[in-house]
Design a protein. Sequence first.
Lengths: 205, 205
Amino acid sequence: MAGLKTTDHYHHGDLRNALLQAAERLLQERGVGGFSLRDVARAVGVSHAAPYRHFRDKGTLLRALTGRGFERLRAALADAVAGQRGPEQSLIAATRVYLQTTVQDPGMTRLMFGGVIPAQGDDDITLRLSSVREVLVGIIKAGLAVGAYRDREPRELALVAWSSMHGLAMLIDSATLDVEPDDTEQLDALARSVAQIVLYGISRS
Amino acid sequence: MAGLKTTDHYHHGDLRNALLQAAERLLQERGVGGFSLRDVARAVGVSHAAPYRHFRDKGTLLRALTGRGFERLRAALADAVAGQRGPEQSLIAATRVYLQTTVQDPGMTRLMFGGVIPAQGDDDITLRLSSVREVLVGIIKAGLAVGAYRDREPRELALVAWSSMHGLAMLIDSATLDVEPDDTEQLDALARSVAQIVLYGISRS
DNA sequence: ACCTGAACACCGTTCAAGT
DNA sequence: ACCTGAACACCGTTCAAGT
């Protein structure tokens, strides 16, 4: 009981991580609306003023959380694409994973894409966000390399693919579309439907 | 000065509308995060308890506002489609208007699609929302009627079209995409790009 | 019938003070 | 160096009381 002074005083920055971890859980449970810094402090067992030693304000903590979210999305997309054969399968897989990741944790998703956080110059966030974009651009470039896609700017094609999967995700996430977040089969079907139209369009011929 | 007791006491429900109007302005100015019921009351010159005579709580007032937003979107879409010739032009026009309407007022858009409002049974909102969907389904049905589109469920095709325009709008609205909301030319170019891919796909041939 | 003022339980943030 | 407790200016919501 004597040698370890670790668990109850959070020296050297343990508190920072403990706060982030608790914050992430609270965000999942209560959503961004019901999220308070004081709750986070309480959850960690520290005074409500303590977080200010590690984060300038609530927004700064939320930004740190958002960074994690984008990194997770990037990794999930990269993984999904890695195991695929052709450009068609890559796009379908990416759409499916984008949907899953984004629907699984609505609180985080709203933090990432809800405009909750005051956009602030060249953060860590802008970097991680552009990493997400680059995965999508990468899919398109691979397809272009084998002559699968129309000869246009990769970024333009990627933007359209991104918009489509993102829009579907947001419509589900905002409960605009009546889809059960846990119904993986339905999610996959929707993903495939969207990806295939992005590939071949809705027009006959 | 005697006959008219109108302006300073808000009898018979004037206050309700005055509150909604002020709320809409404050939402535009300060965004959904900086929006408070007390501010609304202040703006109208009434005590902070007065709104409770007309709305059960903050959420109820916001829901009423959201209803207006969906109705405006529906009307804008219907107008845009009305003046168009073929199915292609209709879809492009709809995408353009969806983008404009939604980017013009980010506060309202986040209220409508940000999951801010606790979804609540069969509202007025669900009705107005499905009216928006029906305009989009209408475009698709018209295209199907002249044999322009693939033979699939109209609602499935409409969902993809909706996802695409919605996703583009959300990416812009959340500042994920670096687009000036006032740059109408760029917005229109993006809308056309997305609509055309939805029509013909990104695949060569 | 409609509005007010005080009150309650919450926030985010700051700052002197403690170890 | 790191955390606490009191304090301040805000919320949303309720409720007795006023007209």
